[in-house]
Design a protein around this ligand. Structure first.
Ligand SMILES: Cc1cc2nc3c(=O)[nH]c(=O)nc-3n(C[C@H](O)[C@H](O)[C@H](O)COP(=O)(O)OP(=O)(O)OC[C@H]3O[C@@H](n4cnc5c(N)ncnc54)[C@H](O)[C@@H]3O)c2cc1C
Length: 819
C-alpha cells in the first residue's frame, strides 16, 4: 500500500467505489480506497438494487438519472459483465394527494429529459397484468427504470478506478485519522500509515465511528429493512421475454419486483421500525444480517400478496434483513465534515445504488475543482449542528417509516421536537402559532385564525393556511407585523484586519460604521456560497446575519478564510452568536410610530435611514436595530439578547394596543409571500451551482474584484445558460374562485409556450396576497428571459401561462421601503 495519496477513501461500498472511480475521471489517479474487509461487505452486498427516477427534487432526480445512464454503459466502459435490468417502474396512487405528488414529479423529468408519464390504472394493467389495481387512481410510469446487482456495480467501479491508476487496499481497517500541523491528514491503518490531502468517510453504517476518530459525530442511524425473495413464480417463468416493472406502492409500504423467475418484496414498515447498533457496529462484522421478523412487516406483506396474487401462491425462499443508514430528512450526507478542512463525508445513504454514482461524481468535482455542478445544499452534512443522538435516532426511524408515504409540501414531522426554541416560543404557541423547523429552531409558519380548527395545514393545492396568511400579509403591508426570526444565523466578525478580510471574502462594499450592506461570498469557482447582511458596528466589528440553515456552513466558510493555507492571513476573530441573540422582524408602515413609543432614539427617516444600524434602547432593553427586512415593507430587524426577547415582544404589543398601530404576528408563510411580491431572493435561488450573474445579483459585485471567486465569474456550470426570472403565473386568483388551485412551490417545469421544449425549472413560488398574483422564481435558458415573454409552467400536470416580469410587483420604486 502506498504511504501517501491525494485522497484516501475509507469504505469500499458503492459510495466509496463510485467516488474512487469518479476521482480518476476528474484526473486524480493518486487515490487510495481502504476497506476493512471485502468490497461490498457492509450494506451494499444485500441491497435490492433498484433505482427510481420517480423523485421530488431536481438534484436527486439528476443523481438517479445519472446512475441509470452510467449503469447502462458501465459494463462496456470498464470491461466487466454486470447484471443490470431495465423493466421500467410503476408507482401507484390511491388518493388525490398521492396523485398530486406524482404529478409534481413530471416537470423535473421533462426538464432533465427522461421518460416519465402519468397513466391510468388501465394503462398500468397493460404494463403489468399481475397487479391488482383496485382503488388505484393513477400511476406514474418511468420507462427504463432499473435494478442492478449491487456487487457487480461496486466491482465495476473498482475495476474502472484501478485501470485509471487508483489503488484499493482490502482487509485493512482504518484505525485513526489525524490532522497534521500542515493541514494534511494522517490515516493510520492496519497495514501502515498514509498521508493525504483529503480524507473521505464513506464507511456506511460505521461512518459515525470513523468520524469520532477525528472528533466529530455523523448524524445518521442504522435502520433495519427486510426484503424477501419468493420461490419461482410459474407465471413469470412462462414469460421469459418479459419482466415485471418495479412496482412501488404506499399501501404495501414498499416495492415489488421480479428477481429472475421469482418475486422480490421489500417493506418499509409504516410503524415499528427499529434501529440497530446504536452503540456502535462491531468492527469484525462482515456481511451482517439480522434474523427475520415477520411480525414486524406482516400487515404490509399481506397487502403485497393481495396486490400481486401470484406471489402469494408460492413460498418464500430467502429473507434479507439488513441495516441501512438513514439521516433525519431523507437526504444523504455529502460534502465537508463540520469544521474540518479537506475532510469529506459520503454517507447516510439509504438508496446507495441510486445515489452512489452521482454522489461520487459531484463529490469528486468538489474535491478536485472546489465546486460541484449540482446544488448539494440539502445534502450538506453541516445542515446539522444541533442534533442530539436521540434526535438522530428517532428522526431516522421516522424517515424510514415515511419512505412510502405521501409527502405533502409543508407537512411537519414531529418526532423529537422541539429542539431549540426562542424565549417567546410558548407565547406564540398560546397565540395559535404553527411552527416549522429551521436548523433545529422552531420557527412560526402561520397563526391559525380563531374561526379555524387549531391544526396545521399543508398540501400541493392552496392549503387552509391561505386565509390566515392573507390577513397577516394585509396587516403587514397596511399596518404592522412582527415575526420571531431568532433562527437567523448570526456572527460577529472583529479585529484590526476587518476591512481587508471582508473585502477578501465578500463581493460587495464593506459598509461604513453605522451602515448595512447586503453581500455575497463566492466559491473559488465563482458560484454563490452564501448571502449575508453585514452591519458595521464599529471600526473593528461587523455583525453578520444569514439564513438559518447556514449556521455551521457559513461559520466554516468565514473561519476557513481567516488563514487559508496558501492564502492571506487576517487578524480577525469569528464568533457564532446565533444563540445569544433573538431576532424580531418588525415590518409595515406603522412600525415607526410603534417603535417610537418605546424608545428615545430618533427613528425619523433623516436620522435612521434605510440600511442603517444603531444600538438603541427599546422598552429599556439595549438592542441592535437594523433598518432592513425581508418583507420589502418599511421596518426594522431587532436583534435582542435572547433573555430579553419576551420583554421587547410584549412591549411592542402593549404599545400597539395603546397607540392603535394594528400590530399582528406573522410567520414564514407570510414572509415568503411578501418577499416574492418584492422580488427578493431566498436560499432556493442562491445556491452553489449558480453564478452571481445567473442569479442577477451582479450589482453587488465590486468592480475592482479582489474577492474570492472574482476571476471565475462568468464560468457558468457546463451545459447551462440559466438566468433567473420572476414569473407572474396565470392561476385563478383567490378572489376569482381559485381556492383549490395550485401555485408554484419550486421544481415546476418551464416550457416554451405551447411546446414540449423544457427550458427551466422554478426554484420557489407562492401567492402574493396583497397583489393577488401567483408568483414564482425560475432559472431558465437565457434566450427566453426577455421581460414580457410568455412561457408555460407545468403545475401538477397542468399547463399555466407565465409572463416574465421586469421587476417586483410590489413597491417597484421602493417608495414604501425608503419612506
Ligand atoms: C435489505 C436492503 C435493501 C436495499 N435495497 C436497496 C435498493 O433497492 N436500492 C438502493 O439503491 N439501495 C438499497 N439499499 C441501501 C443500500 O444498501 C445502501 O444505501 C448502500 O449500500 C450504502 O452504501 P455505502 O457505500 O454507503 O455503505 P456500505 O456498503 O456499508 O460500505 C461501507 C464500507 O465501509 C467499510 N468500513 C467501515 N469502517 C471501516 C474502517 N474503519 N476501515 C476500513 N473500512 C471500513 C465497511 O466494511 C463497508 O464495506 C438496501 C439496503 C438494505 C439493507
Amino acid at each position: 500500500m502506498r504511504d501517501s495519496a491525494r485522497v484516501v477513501i475509507i469504505g469500499g461500498g458503492i459510495h466509496g467505489a463510485a467516488l474512487l472511480y469518479h476521482l480518476t475521471l476528474e484526473g486524480w489517479s493518486d487515490v487510495l480506497l481502504v476497506e476493512k474487509a471485502e468490497l461490498t461487505s457492509g450494506s451494499t452486498w444485500h441491497a435490492a438494487g433498484q433505482i427510481t427516477r420517480s423523485v421530488g427534487d431536481y438534484t436527486t432526480a439528476q443523481i438517479a438519472h445519472y446512475a441509470i445512464e452510467t449503469y447502462e454503459h458501465l459494463a462496456e466502459t470498464v470491461g466487466r459483465e454486470m447484471s443490470f435490468h431495465q423493466p421500467g417502474g410503476l408507482r401507484v396512487a390511491y388518493t388525490d394527494a398521492e396523485v398530486d405528488q406524482l404529478k409534481s414529479q413530471l416537470g423535473i423529468g421533462r426538464y432533465i429529459g427522461y421518460p416519465i408519464e402519468l397513466i391510468s390504472p388501465a394503462e398500468a394493467a397493460e404494463l403489468n397484468p399481475f397487479y391488482d389495481y383496485t382503488d388505484v387512481k393513477a400511476a406514474i410510469w418511468t420507462d427504463k427504470e432499473a435494478h442492478i446487482d449491487p456487487t457487480d456495480a461496486t466491482m465495476a467501479f473498482a475495476q474502472g478506478a484501478r485501470a485509471n491508476g487508483a489503488e484499493i487496499s482490502r482487509r485493512n481497517r482504518v484505525l485513526e485519522v489525524n490532522q497534521l500541523p500542515s493541514g494534511d491528514w494522517s490515516v493510520v491503518t492496519e497495514k501502515g500509515t498514509v498521508t493525504c490531502e483529503h480524507v473521505v468517510d464513506a464507511a456506511g453504517c460505521y461512518a459515525h465511528q470513523v468520524g469520532l476518530m477525528s472528533g466529530f459525530s455523523v448524524p445518521q442511524a442504522n435502520v433495519l429493512h427486510h426484503y424477501l425473495v419468493t420461490e419461482e413464480v410459474p407465471e413469470f417463468a412462462a414469460r421469459p421475454d418479459w419482466e415485471m416493472p418495479v412496482m412501488r406502492d404506499n399501501r404495501v409500504a414498499g416495492y415489488i419486483r421480479q428477481e429472475q423467475t421469482a418475486g422480490l418484496i421489500g417493506i418499509y414498515e409504516h410503524a415499528g421500525a427499529e434501529t440497530c447498533w446504536d452503540d456502535g457496529v462491531p468492527w469484525e462484522a462482515e456481511n451482517p444480517l439480522f434474523p427475520e421478523d415477520y411480525d414486524k412487516i406482516a400487515p404490509w406483506l399481506a397487502e403485497a400478496f393481495e396486490r400481486v396474487p401470484v406471489l402469494g401462491e408460492v413460498g418464500i425462499k430467502r429473507v434479507i434483513h439488513g441495516a441501512i443508514t438513514h439521516t433525519t430528512d431523507a437526504h444523504m450526507l455529502l460534502g465537508p465534515a463540520p469544521g474540518l478542512r479537506n475532510y469529506w463525508l459520503n454517507t447516510g445513504s439509504s438508496i446507495g445504488l441510486a445515489w452512489g454514482p452521482g454522489a461520487g461524481r459531484e463529490l469528486a468535482r468538489w474535491i478536485v475543482h472546489g465546486s460541484t455542478e449540482l446544488n448539494l445544499r440539502h445534502y450538506d452534512p453541516r445542515r446539522y449542528g444541533w442534533a442530539t443522538p436521540e434526535f438522530i435516532r428517532d428522526k431516522a426511524i421516522e424517515d424510514y417509516e415515511w419512505m412510502f408515504r405521501v409527502h405533502a409540501p409543508g407537512e411537519e414531522r414531529m418526532a423529537n421536537r422541539p429542539v431549540w426554541t426562542s424565549t417567546i416560543h410558548d407565547r406564540l404557541v398560546e397565540k395559535r402559532a404553527m411552527h416549522g423547523q429551521a436548523y433545529g429552531w422552531e420557527q412560526p409558519k402561520w397563526f391559525v385564525p380563531e374561526d379555524q380548527p387549531l391544526a396545521d395545514a399543508h398540501g400541493w393545492r392552496r392549503p387552509a393556511w391561505y386565509a390566515g396568511v392573507q390577513a397577516e400579509s394585509a396587516a403587514v403591508r397596511s399596518a404592522a407585523g412582527v415575526m420571531d426570526l431568532s433562527a437567523f444565523a448570526k456572527f460577529e466578525i472583529s479585529g484590526p484586519d476587518l476591512e481587508a478580510y471582508c473585502a477578501h471574502v465578500f463581493t460587495g462594499r464593506v459598509p461604513k460604521v453605522g451602515r448595512i450592506a447586503l453581500n455575497y461570498a463566492l466559491t473559488p469557482a465563482g458560484r454563490i456560497e452564501t448571502e449575508m447582511t453585514l452591519s458595521r458596528i464599529d471600526d473593528e466589528t461587523v455583525y453578520a446575519v444569514s439564513a438559518a440553515v447556514g449556521v455551521q456552513r457559513d461559520f466554516d466558510w468565514l473561519t476557513r478564510h481567516v488563514d487559508e493555507p496558501g492564502g492571506p492571513v487576517f487578524d480577525v476573530t469569528i464568533r457564532d452568536v446565533t444563540r445569544d441573540h433573538g431576532a424580531l422582524a418588525l415590518a409595515g408602515p406603522n412600525t415607526r410610530p410603534l417603535l417610537a413609543a418605546l424608545t428615545d432614539a430618533d427613528l425619523s427617516n433623516e436620522a435612521f435611514r434605510f440600511q442603517a444600524v444603531r444600538r438603541i434602547e427599546v422598552a429599556g432593553v439595549s438592542l441592535l436595530a437594523l433598518r432592513v427586512g425581508f418583507t420589502g415593507s418599511r421596518g426594522w430587524e431587532l436583534h435582542i439578547p435572547m433573555e430579553e426577547l419576551a420583554t421587547v415582544y410584549e412591549a411592542l404589543f402593549a404599545a400597539s394596543d395603546a397607540g392603535d398601530h394594528g400590530l399582528v404576528d406573522f410567520g414564514s408563510h407570510t414572509l415568503n409571500a411578501l418577499r416574492l411580491e418584492k422580488g427578493y431572493l431566498s436560499r432556493f435561488e442562491l445556491t452553489h451551482d449558480i453564478g452571481p450573474r445567473q442569479a442577477r445579483v451582479d450589482r453587488w459585485l465590486r468592480e475592482d474584484g479582489g474577492f474570492i471567486g472574482a476571476d471565475a465569474i462568468g464560468d457558468e456550470p457546463t451545459g447551462t445558460d440559466w438566468v433567473l426570472v420572476m414569473l407572474d403565473v396565470d392561476v385563478p386568483t383567490l378572489a376569482d374562485g381559485g381556492a383549490d388551485a395550485a401555485d408554484c412551490i419550486g421544481s415546476e417545469g418551464v416550457f416554451v409556450a405551447g411546446t414540449d421544449d423544457a427550458i427551466g425549472l422554478t426554484t420557489s413560488g407562492g401567492y402574493g396576497f396583497t397583489v393577488d398574483k401567483s408568483l414564482a422564481f425560475a432559472f431558465i435558458h437565457a434566450e427566453h428571459a426577455e421581460p414580457g415573454s410568455s412561457l408555460d409552467v407545468l403545475i401538477l400536470g397542468e399547463r399555466r401561462t407565465a409572463t416574465v416580469l421586469d421587476g417586483p410587483v410590489w413597491d417597484p420604486s421602493n417608495a414604501e421601503l425608503l419612506g
